[in-house]
Structures are given as C-alpha cells and as structure tokens.
Design a protein around this ligand. Structure first.
Ligand code: UT7
Length: 326
C-alpha cells in the first residue's frame, strides 16, 4: 500500500445553471427523456471568457487552502482534461500562469473521463518513487465549448467544472490500497473530437461540418463503460482484498445514472453507498470524480479510515479504478 493522504480538496463550478427545461427550448428533447435516460436535471455552463485553466486554478486554490499548502510550494501539477485551453502549451502550465507560480513540473493527462484517476495514479507513483512530496492533482473541463448545441444526442449530457486534490504523505494507515488502469485505442473513433489536431487540422470545412465538437456512439460507449468501470473496480477491490461490504463510499465517473447504477450492481456495493452529483452537474468528464470526492468529503462521508472506491471510463477508451483508505 502507498501511504498517502488527500491533504485537501476543492472544486469550482460556473454560476450559470442550464436546466433540462432550458434545453427543451434549444433542441427537440424533454426533461422526461433526459431524466429517465441519464438522471441529469441540470448542468453548469462556463461564461465565454472562462476557460478550463480558470476553473482548474480556482479548484486547486481551494484544495491548497484546505490542505494548508501554498500553491507555489507544490512539487508538481498534473491535470486531467480533454478540453485544453490551447493545443499547446498544456492547461497545467496555464494554471501556473493564472496562479503566478512556477518551477514545479506541470503537465496534462489526456485520458478523457478517466483523466483524474490517471493523474492520481501518476502522482502516487511519483510519490512512491520519492520524486516529490506534495502534488496538485486536477480534473477540469469546459465541455460546453466542444459540444454541438444542435445535437440532442450529446448536448444534453455534458457540463463544466473542475475538482482538485492536494496529495501528500499520510500519517497512520491512509493511502491507495490498490489500483487498476488500462486503455483500448482500437475504440478511439467511438468517442472523439475529429478535427483540430494533426489528423484533421482546422479548416473552414471542418468548422462548417462541426468536426470540432464531441462525436459519440452513445450506445457503444454505454456498454463498454459499464463493463470497463465494473471490471476495473472489481480488480482494485480484489488487489486490496476488499469485499463490497468494506466499501464506505463508491464514486463512479458521473456520466449517466444508469451507467453508474449498472456499475454499482456489478461491484455489489449497496445502493446507499454510491455518491452521485450527476443530477446537478451532468457529465463533466475528468472533473466529475474530484468534484464528487470534494462534495462527499464536505458531506462528512469521507472520514479517517473510510474506504473509498472510485472508478472511471472515458474516451480512448480508457479506464481506471482506485481503492483508497481515507
Ligand atoms: O463519459 C463517457 C461519455 N459518454 C457517455 O457516458 C454516454 C454513454 N451513453 C449514454 O449515456 C446513452 O447512450 C445516451 C443517454 C447518450 C442515449 O441513451 P440511449 O438509451 O442509448 O438512447 P439512443 O441513443 O439509443 O436513442 C434512443 C432514441 C432515439 O430515437 P429513435 O431512433 O428511437 O426514434 C434518439 O434519436 O432517443 C432519441 N434521442 C433523444 N430524444 C430526446 C437521443 N437523444 C435525445 C434527446 N431527447 N436528448
């Protein structure tokens, strides 16, 4: 087991709320369809002048304050996102610029909705290797700027937000008990943003064809998401020698309540132990898990010694799970 602690957590959510009723006026959809199929009632939308690094910097600032650590004293910043500020440099470097800090390493992890858990895995490995003591781990997205607002199959699903954690050396027996991660690039075209990179650089045509937005085969993603999240969670539980009864809080990636519920059932964790924010925030990709962790902590559900099981799935496809003793 790697002995580490979540020294502090934080989140940042845009003020603007977009409800299902609002969406009914934008595309052919209904509150009933969205609620039944996804469990989402509303989501947050960033202002035009707000980018991913703004939310990430705010979340990291709160996490540092709760940890009693100055952002400038972190040994590194690892940020999971699919909605980068710019193609280069990394959004993590823009976060440094926003916070006026420098020196520590900073980079992004591109693993879609698994981004925060990938970042956590990297940070914990660096800690285990003695490459630093305190790391800022962030999941941040402004999905609203890469969504096609005329495609009802995707635009109702996503929201904006950021969550962050400062991890550092723990006292006692807190830490990551076990983890599991992986990827299957053969399924990359099932969920992607086709243009804007080197495969299809931005042109007038790519903009006109809406190729800078989320393209997703929803049903395909759904099936793989349940299988991969459940399998990663069960592997982490097995490696940590935990049973479903040992898990105090289950935080699956908050994409869709049906995916979350199907995942939970396969892990055997009792329904009342699954923590959800999907009704209020929708799918914020890499940001959902750190925001849910922060809110679970604030709700008093994560106390010293609590067992947290978290599992994610995203574009790539990628997946990851962690069994954590708080
Ligand atoms: O973090 C990973 C990112 N992605 C996801 O998590 C998405 C995973 N997939 C899903 O969550 C689900 O597949 C969706 C919620 C996207 C869709 O649910 P579904 O039960 O798989 O519906 P569907 O795509 O099979 O569509 C069923 C019907 C279709 O109409 P017809 O062909 O049966 O007449 C769609 O055109 O629902 C229609 N539809 C809608 N109707 C009202 C699709 N989107 C909407 C909508 N409002 N927003």
């Amino acid at each position: 087991m790697l002995n580490l602690k979540f020294l502090g957590t934080g989140s940042a959510l845009p003020e603007k709320v977009l409800s299902n009723r609002d969406l009914e006026r934008m595309v052919e959809t209904s509150d009933d369809w969205i609620t039944t199929r996804t469990g989402i009632k509303e989501r947050r939308i960033a202002r035009d002048d707000v980018s991913t690094s703004d939310l990430a910097a705010a979340a990291l600032t709160e996490a540092c304050a709760n940890a009693g650590v100055e952002p400038g004293d972190l040994d590194g910043i690892i940020l999971g996102t699919s909605t980068t500020d710019t193609l280069f440099p990394s959004t993590a470097c823009w976060v440094q610029q926003r916070l006026g800090i420098k020196g520590m390493f900073a980079f992004d992890v591109s693993a879609g909705c698994s981004g925060f858990l990938y970042a956590l895995e990297i940070a914990s490995a660096l800690m285990a290797g003695g490459r630093g003591r305190r790391f800022g781990v962030i999941g941040a997205e402004v999905m609203s700027k890469v969504v096609n607002w005329r495609d009802r199959g995707t635009c109702v699903l996503f929201g904006d937000g950021a969550g962050a954690a400062v991890i550092g050396p723990g006292s006692g027996d807190s830490g990551i008990l076990a983890s599991s991660w992986g990827a299957d690039g053969s399924l990359a075209p099932c969920l992607y943003q086709p243009a804007g990179g080197t495969q299809r650089p931005a042109t007038l045509e790519t903009v006109q064809e809406n190729l800078h937005t989320v393209h997703m085969q929803g049903r395909h993603v759904f099936r793989h998401a349940v299988e991969a999240m459940a399998s990663a969670a069960l592997t982490a539980m097995d490696r940590a020698r935990l049973t479903a009864d040992d898990v105090d809080v289950l935080i699956p990636h908050q994409a869709n309540i049906r995916i979350m519920e199907a995942t939970r059932q396969r892990t055997g964790v009792p329904a009342e132990r699954m923590f959800s924010v999907v009704d209020r925030y929708g799918n914020m990709s890499a940001a959902t898990i750190p925001i849910a962790i922060h809110e679970a902590k604030q709700a008093g559900l994560l106390k010293d010694g609590s067992i947290l099981l978290t599992t994610a799935f995203g574009t790539g496809f990628t997946w990851a799970a962690h069994a954590i003793r708080w």
